[in-house]
Design a protein around this ligand. Structure first.
Ligand code: ZN
Length: 459
């Protein structure tokens, strides 16, 4: 039995693990690589395996760095099923076509300047792979091939997210493997906390925040209330929130609604100006069965009273443009989360030079993005071919992460069962993975190593 780390090793993006057990070959995840040019180039490089020889894929969750290359896999010959939870299937139905649209828009921009840009897949290819998705509910053990049994359990990261337990048998020798996918921070809104780690021989563990702790949620919410009160009440300004359409926007709406009910923020109107975030919010509401107890109570309360948050969802470009006429006391939530695309850029161009504006960052800002430049205090930024002076207040909150921090990762790892024979760290920048590996190995009986890109190990 062999496992090859085809992506998501030595870096955060491109998660893709190839398992070979007897005559069966399958992947857990087939993610897109995101980041600088040389990383992105991996999206158009040949797969390090023959796609038509892959029997099936198990997908942990809908984020593009886990499932974003599925259309390319299908286009290059993969014809088997993609197993995922029902919520992940629903989210993929929005995210893969949107990804194809973003890629084709980038290609059109490149064509105008004579720049070369190879698109990893088309809209038709994104739609085609959706027909291969087979939903599997949490906790249901299925046998996608002889000698392979798999179970998905709630990872508490985003709606529908799962970790996978594999029971592989080759020549009557069984090996159990757990792939963590992305693990959520316990206590996050809407989704449940991660289920306990199952016993296993081999563990693949994400390490995005392997070297960091998140601030407590209570403190983050206090800071959020303070920022909004000063921005909306004192200066009658507009708050722009660049937010990821999947997960982060819904978490923010949830917190804002609870704050409005508790009287902590008053008279604010909220505009969600992202068609994808709107659709994902609809999908989230449809999956009430996945909500944690607190979210269920909140939904029940909302049904009985009308003093919650006033939220408007803008659909058309005209409605989006009409938001330019808002003069104060409103929160505009728009994608993209790092300001490198989407409608948030139009709002920033319109309002960055106005000192009554507050730009509130609630997510990670990668190096090289417009969001990062604003966070670093750039006095002016170039957008749409013009120089825009930055007079807006720039604020940030770090407590909304959808990933477990170091303490939560270690608690999940050690909370149940014995140490696996081997733990491989994946999905982390080198420094974060190394710090977590050191912590894990410091306990007696734990063997842990950081997986390398392209590395093959025998199970
Ligand atoms: Zn994720």
């Amino acid at each position: 039995m062999q496992l090859t780390f085809c992506g998501g090793a030595g870096r955060v993006t491109g998660s893709c693990f190839l398992f070979q057990s007897g005559a069966t070959r399958f992947l857990v995840d087939c993610g897109m690589f995101q980041g600088p040019r040389e990383t992105w180039a991996l999206n158009i490089a040949p797969f390090p395996f023959n796609p038509s020889a892959i029997d099936f894929v198990i997908l942990t969750h809908a984020h593009l760095d886990h499932g974003g290359l599925l259309p390319r896999l299908g286009a290059q010959g993969f014809a088997g099923p993609v197993y995922a939870t029902p919520a992940t299937r629903d989210l993929l139905g929005v995210m893969l076509p949107d990804s194809a649209y973003v890629l084709s828009a980038e290609a059109a921009r490149a064509a105008k300047t004579g720049r070369r840009y190879d698109v990893p897949y088309s809209l038709e290819e994104a739609r085609a792979i959706l027909r291969q998705v087979e939903p599997v509910p949490y906790g249901h053990t299925f046998a996608p091939a002889p000698g392979v049994a798999a179970t998905l359990q709630d990872a508490g990261h985003i709606l529908g997210s799962a970790f996978v337990t594999l029971r592989l048998t080759e020549r009557e020798r069984p090996v159990s493997v757990v792939v963590s996918g992305d693990l959520g921070q316990p206590g996050r809104p809407i989704v449940r906390d991660p289920e306990p780690r199952p016993e296993c021989d081999v563990l693949l563990l994400e390490s995005t925040y392997g070297d960091r702790e998140h601030p407590p949620m209570e403190r983050t919410l206090d800071e959020l209330a303070a920022i909004l009160q000063s921005a909306l009440k004192a200066s009658r300004g507009i708050v722009l929130v660049p937010a990821f359409a999947v997960g982060r926007t819904q978490d923010l709406l949830y917190h804002l609604d609870r704050m409005a009910r508790a009287g902590r923020i008053q008279s604010a109107r909220v505009f969600v100006d992202s068609p994808m975030a709107t659709e994902v919010t609809r999908i989230t509401a449809r999956h009430f069965e996945l909500f944690d107890d607190e979210a269920r109570r909140t939904v029940d309360e909302a049904a009985e009273s009308s003093d919650g948050l006033r939220v408007s969802y803008t659909a058309s470009v005209e409605e989006s443009k009409a938001l330019n006429r808002l003069t104060g006391g409103a929160i505009i939530v728009a994608a993209s989360g790092m300001c490198d695309g989407g409608r948030i850029r139009h709002h920033l161009r319109q309002r960055l030079s106005d000192p009554r504006t507050t730009v509130l960052f609630i997510g990670y800002q990668a190096a090289g993005t417009l969001g990062r430049r604003l966070l670093e205090g750039a006095p002016a930024v170039r957008m749409f071919g013009e120089e825009v002076a930055v007079r807006a207040k720039i604020a940030r909150l770090d407590g909304f992460s959808a990933h477990a921090d170091q303490t939560a990762l270690l608690a999940w790892l050690r909370g149940s069962g014995q140490a696996p024979d081997q733990t491989y760290l994946v999905h982390g920048e080198p420094a974060a993975s190394a710090a977590l590996a050191k912590e894990i190995s410091s306990a007696p009986g734990w063997r842990c190593q950081v997986a390398g890109h392209g590395q093959t190990v025998t199970l």
